[in-house]
Design a protein around this ligand. Structure first.
Ligand SMILES: [Zn+2]
Length: 422
């Protein structure tokens, strides 16, 4: 074990992603299993110096490769899948091939992933600073996701929500500072200096650990005690776009994207919108108006359809009553109609003082409605429950109106049985 031999963190002072180092320790991490449940050997390697950022401060770890050359000249390239710092401060690189202690390696950090993380992370510093200066809203947590990132804000006292105007103002102010290309400067200060800065209000938070502290200054914007990786100046954040805002338990969650992520998000939105516009055969700017008009049309059509069904049900009931023997129970089965139609026909028949059983068959589904006129002593709910229940179907209702569902092929038979039971 290489206690007291903690790796030099190259990422603190340099954006350089390639480096040379020596393996100082290796240990087997065997608890990884693949999708088939087979144990896969995963090794953890420690180096005397590293440019790989371990997970921390809401920022995910770097990935990349460690390259070793054997005595025979063969090159061994080992992907780094994950990087973690342990409680003792040692940085462990997770690999699937062992590298023995003393091996000299060349490390290469995946540039696209690092740059993306530095953009989102630096963008978070900037966004939190702007929310504080513009709206007196304090950031209480930060999450860097694979697609979007978010900060959780506690609003100033008395503020109940974030308005659209406020969000646009913050977004514009953040992008203005990106345009101004403010320099980010990390420097190490003794703990007492950091404490003095905190007490003076220059630092919002102090790390809990002891010893020298790394303070990152964003020129003219803020100081931040942070061990993460940053861009050299705000211009490299590239741009910042606010996305969804939602209420969460501890305050308000604001999603945002920076740099190429903002471009990708805008590209996705544009493709979605042009797809919808294409389906509607209108220009993208006309989509909202067209959708509103379609919704209104659909609403009017539903209302009209409901009226037509009522009229049709009424006509069916009149025809049934007219054609039936005086005093007999009205019965009918309608194909291609639903429960609502059966209920309407049965209910209309009661308007002529008749008890009625109406069935409906729609594909494989069957529905049955039973209704009796006011003054009748028949308990529709009870009879329907008994008859349908005996056939393994379900239903229920009041003494005056009852309905149930069954299989399509049961409808005719159950209607007959109900008529017999009445
Ligand atoms: Zn930072």
């Amino acid at each position: 074990m290489s206690a007291g031999n903690i790796a030099e963190r190259l990422y603190y002072d340099s954006p350089e992603l390639g480096f040379t180092a020596t393996v100082t320790d290796i240990r087997l991490d065997s608890h990884e299993k693949n999708e088939a449940g087979e144990k896969q050997q995963l090794w953890q390697v420690a180096l005397d110096r590293t440019a790989f950022y371990p997970e921390g401060g809401g920022q995910p770890w770097d990935t990349g490769v460690l390259v070793a050359v054997s005595r025979s000249g063969a090159t061994l390239e080992v992907p780094v899948e994950r990087v973690e710092e342990d409680d003792a401060g040692e940085v462990w690189h997770f690999v699937r091939k062992p590298l023995v202690e003393g091996t000299e390696i060349t490390g290469r950090v995946d540039a696209a992933r690092r740059i993306d993380h530095a953009q989102q992370h630096s963008g978070q510093h900037l966004l939190s600073a702007v929310f504080l200066s513009e709206l007196d809203a304090k950031t209480v947590s930060f999450h860097l996701g694979t697609e979007t990132s978010s900060i959780d804000l506690v609003l100033r006292e008395g503020a109940e929500r974030l308005s659209e105007e406020e969000l646009q103002r913050v977004e514009a102010a953040a992008n203005r500072l990106i345009f101004e290309d403010r320099v980010l400067t990390p420097r190490w200060v003794p703990q007492h200096v950091a404490v003095a800065m905190y007490e003076h209000g220059d630092l919002r938070k102090l790390p809990e650990r002891e010893g020298p502290m790394r303070i990152v200054e964003m020129q003219g914007v803020e100081f931040n005690a942070c061990g993460g990786t940053h861009v050299a100046s705000t211009g490299a954040i590239g741009g910042l776009m606010l996305r969804r805002v939602e209420k969460v338990r501890q305050g308000w969650r604001v999603e945002f994207v920076c740099g190429l992520r903002a471009v990708r998000a805008a590209r996705r939105d544009f493709e979605l919108l042009t797809g919808v516009a294409g389906s509607l055969s209108v220009g993208t700017g006309d989509v909202p108006g067209r959708v509103t008009a379609l919704l209104e049309d659909a609403k009017a059509a539903t209302k009209e359809r409901r009226g037509l069904i009522e009229e049709l049900a009424c006509a069916e009931a009149v025809a049934l009553v007219t054609g039936a023997i005086e005093g007999a129970v009205i019965r009918a089965v309608f194909v291609g109609k639903d429960m609502e139609f059966a209920k309407q026909v049965a209910a209309r028949a009661t308007g002529f003082g008749r008890t009625a059983v109406a069935g409906a068959i729609n594909g494989s589904e069957g529905a049955i409605a039973l209704a009796r006129p006011a003054g009748s002593m028949v308990d529709c709910g009870k009879i329907l429950r008994e008859v349908l229940g005996a056939a393994g179907a379900r239903g229920g209702g009041s003494a005056e109106r009852a309905q149930g569902v069954c299989r399509a092929e049961q409808v005719e038979e159950l209607v007959g049985k109900l008529v017999e039971a009445l």
